[in-house]
Design a protein around this ligand. Structure first.
Ligand code: NAD
Ligand code: IPM
Ligand code: MN
Length: 359
């Protein structure tokens, strides 16, 4: 049986890192006869340049028809000044998330022991780190209405967005998080701003209601400002963190740095049936695009998550994760995770090393 994988390289370093993940997927496909069929389509700025739209109809159709999607990254300064917000690269990504109902975003921050010294934090603070951020991905302030940008009658400009969740949206992401915690160390921390925002008063209430169904999971609550501080102070106190769309975006970038580099953090964005899109947590890194120095490991690890969650190929996922660990054992490092005594490699050399480690 074949499985259709849609690859969306996107912009900036997107095509560079996705090319390496593709090599890895092709290798495990051949080794384990997975029946993967890989196709590519345009999204983001690349799609705007080619078609005028960040999410062309063809791409959306291909995304719906695929068994899983692997995305590089979208965005770049050349599209940032477009006054029409609908024609921004980021709308392509947000559009797929919304159209496919990919509300459950899993962002695991795991420190490979080999990278304990690549973190900007002390090794004892981060060693053994293994936390999971569960981010709501299709609601909250990213999608709330009304939203807009206008000039008022008095000539003063204003921008506005609406932070809204209904209880069903909170409950379904809450369940994802409780289930994940149940399968791990049974600790769930819900992050909100319930001291200021009514929407997160509801968030906290719903999490407390859900906790009744998960007596084996220890639920705690934390305000987002404290959570940001605690993540840097003592990150190992966390097991699973569940939070809304924007807080999750911010906290996961902070968590990424605990693992040594944002170039190490993969993600899965899932619907209720575990169909999903997989992408590194980082962006298109325009500052290093085209130089062949980006770290492809977050994308390669995202491909592993794809095999595990959407393609029922845990063995292939394990194999890729072991290969990444082996490459780190060989002291190979891209520029973002380099430290003394290590060998610096390019994006494609890193991809090749992972492929070689699979053999
Ligand atoms: P970014 O994540 O692209 O880059 C932040 C910093 O991290 C940069 O210094 C970059 O060089 C570095 N970095 C990121 N990925 C790296 C990698 N794999 N290897 C080595 N270094 C890496 O964030 P930004 O600069 O705020 O955003 C740039 C563009 O990316 C924007 O247009 C933004 O909207 C977009 N973006 C897209 C996604 C996505 O597609 N999922 C995510 C975040 C940002
Ligand atoms: C991410 C990105 C996106 C987000 C942007 C590019 C829309 O930062 O995937 O973390 O904010 O969700
Ligand atoms: Mn982000």
């Amino acid at each position: 049986m074949t499985k259709k994988i849609l690859i969306l390289p996107g912009d900036g370093i997107g095509p560079e890192i996705v090319a390496e993940a593709r090599k890895v997927l092709e290798k495990v496909n051949e080794q384990l006869s997975l029946g993967l069929v890989l196709t590519e389509a345009l999204v983001g700025g690349a799609a705007i340049d080619a078609t005028g739209l960040p999410l062309p109809e063809d791409t959306l159709t291909a995304a719906r028809e695929a068994d899983a999607i692997l995305l590089g990254a979208v965005g770049g300064p050349q599209w940032d000044t477009n006054p029409d917000f609908q024609i921004r690269p980021e709308k392509g990504l947000l559009g797929i998330r919304a159209q496919l109902g990919l509300f459950g975003n899993l962002r695991p921050a795991i420190l490979y022991p080999q990278l304990a010294h690549a973190s900007t934090l002390k090794p004892e603070v981060v060693s053994g780190l293994d936390i999971l951020i569960v981010r709501e991905l299709t609601g909250g302030i990213y999608f709330g209405q009304p939203r807009g940008y206008r000039t008022k009658e008095n000539g003063v400009r204003e921008g506005y967005n609406t932070y809204v969740y209904d209880e069903n949206e909170i409950r379904r992401i809450g369940r994802v998080a409780f289930e994940a915690a149940r399968a791990r160390n049974k600790k769930l921390c819900s992050v909100d701003k319930a001291n200021v925002l009514e929407v997160t008063v509801l968030w906290r209430e719903v999490m407390n209601e859900l906790a009744v169904d998960y007596p084996d999971v220890e639920l705690s609550h934390m305000y987002v400002d404290n959570a940001a501080m605690q993540l840097v102070r003592a990150p190992k106190q966390f097991d699973v963190v569940v939070t809304g769309n924007m807080f999750g975006d911010i906290l996961s970038d902070a968590a990424a740095m605990l693992t040594g580099s944002i170039g190490m953090l993969p993600s899965a964005s899932l619907d209720a049936n575990n169909k999903g899109m997989y992408e590194p947590c980082h962006g298109s890194a325009p500052d290093i695009a085209g130089q062949g120095i980006a770290n492809p490991l977050a994308t390669i690890l995202s491909a592993a998550m794809m095999l595990r969650y959407s393609l029922d190929s845990a063995a292939a996922a394990d194999k890729i994760e072991a290969a990444v660990s082996q490459v780190l054992d060989q002291s190979l490092r891209t520029a973002d995770i380099i430290s003394e005594g290590m060998t610096r490699v390019s994006t494609s050399e890193m991809g090749d090393a992972v492929v070689a480690a699979l053999s």
